[in-house]
Ligand binder design. Structure first.
Ligand SMILES: Cc1cc2nc3c(=O)[nH]c(=O)nc-3n(C[C@H](O)[C@H](O)[C@H](O)COP(=O)(O)O)c2cc1C
Length: 383
């Protein structure tokens, strides 16, 4: 059978996943105001579940009001959010063999909130927001660790199969890993162990509360792609620390607002030709020997199912994640499974990013195509 590796079951921690395809965390700006799950948001997830993906990671979910990216971003910072979140999980679980994880995050130094000043490990000016975050006191870092743990426990209570920490793209947790944004001299700065400590404390806190059958994953900054930023060599040391702590899966990523030029760059490269695809594969290959029993989830410009299958076969990754391709085609896994092996239709043009800044997420290219087709049909009917 073609794609036998991609469509073989895999495991993250103790949780069995029906195939190796993961929907990577994608913020849709589709919650009700101020972070509550509504029907439009649930529909995005049931479409994905119906489309055949094995594991869905939700968009970045706020653990604290001060780290809320937008009024239309889902949240889990108090118990009032759990009814809607549970509804979402139950709707996905109706597709009985689909697993779902929530991604927990905080905007950190990239926050731009009407009410809250952004906070970060160190007060380093952020050019994307034109703001300088306030440096957190050690006790305040510990309070935010508690918020992550509480949100992780709420996710467990809502029925999520696992959680993922958002440790990438210049947001709060990745701010601790980067020498560019972390100048601290307390237990959360300095050595690589200290910079990783926040991840370990959150991991241990959630693990202690929920036991070992609830996988805890991390989407991890491995390179900042800016001067004085985090580089892969240091990130490999971080990977070893996180694997030894027990993280069940790591999804390497990199870049973020600080690295972006006029056109979008990392983490979402514009992929114009096949050579640009699978752009975190070299990173994954360097990480893989250090992963022990933790799963490696590859993200970044994956479009070709035959290459994706080979990546799994060659054991360069355990899972293949996609974000933009599933905005265009939520049913892409089923399309591939049913034998249409043509690459994802997504052009990786990043128009979706600009949509998401001001309205609920959709694929611009697909919308234009559907509009063209509709006009054509109307013309044919009137002729
Ligand atoms: C509209 C949009 C929203 C995103 N939101 C998130 C997010 O909430 N959390 C996250 O870790 N990455 C987020 N990403 C990054 C993607 O998960 C992924 O890492 C990146 O787009 C590369 O994968 P792709 O080539 O399959 O799109 C987002 C990307 C897009 C296009």
């Amino acid at each position: 059978m073609e794609l036998e590796n991609l469509f073989s079951p895999g495991k993250i921690g103790n949780v069995q996943i029906k195939n190796r395809l993961v929907r990577s965390a994608t913020h849709e700006r589709s919650s009700e105001k101020y972070g509550y799950v509504g029907d439009a948001h649930v529909k995005i997830y049931t479409d994905l579940a119906e489309g055949g993906v094995g594991l869905i990671v939700t968009g970045f979910t706020a653990v604290d009001p001060g780290g809320h990216g937008s009024p239309f971003q889902v949240a889990l910072f108090d118990d009032s959010f759990t009814v809607g979140q549970k509804k979402l999980v139950d709707a996905v679980h109706e597709y009985s063999d689909v697993k779902i994880a929530t991604q927990l995050g905080h905007t950190g130094r990239l926050g731009k909130h009407a009410k809250y000043q952004p906070v970060a490990p160190s007060p380093v000016y952020a050019k994307s927001t034109k703001l300088t975050p306030r440096e957190l006191k050690t006790e305040e870092v510990k309070e935010l660790i508690k918020k992550f743990i509480e949100a992780g426990c709420r996710a467990y209570e809502c029925g999520y199969d696992m959680v993922q920490l958002h440790g990438a793209h210049g947001y709060f947790l990745s701010n601790f890993l980067s020498p560019f944004s972390n100048k601290r001299t307390d237990e959360f700065g300095g050595s690589v162990e200290n910079k990783s400590r926040i991840f370990i404390d959150i991991y241990n806190g959630i693990r202690d509360e929920v036991g070992k059958n609830f996988p805890i994953m991390v989407k991890l900054q491995t390179q900042d792609f800016i001067p004085e930023g985090l580089e892969l060599e240091e990130a490999i040391k971080i990977v070893k620390i996180l694997v030894d702590a027990g993280f069940d899966a790591i999804e390497p990523s990199g870049g973020g607002a600080e690295a972006m030029g006029a056109r979008m760059q990392y983490p979402s490269l514009v992929v114009k030709k096949p050579e640009d695809e699978n752009y975190f594969l070299p990173t994954a290959i360097q990480m893989k020997p250090h992963m022990k029993d933790s799963a490696l989830i590859l993200i970044g410009g994956i479009k070709n199912p035959i290459l994706a299958d080979k990546i799994i076969k060659d054991k360069n990754a355990d899972f293949i994640a996609m974000s933009r391709p599933l905005i265009y085609e939520p049913d892409l896994p089923n399309r591939w499974k049913n034998g249409d092996l043509s690459p994802a239709k997504c052009k990786s043009c990043n128009s979706c990013y600009w949509v998401m800044l001001s309205e609920p997420l959709y694929c611009v290219v697909k919308k234009k195509r559907l509009r063209r087709e509709q006009k054509l049909r109307q013309k044919e009917e009137t002729n």
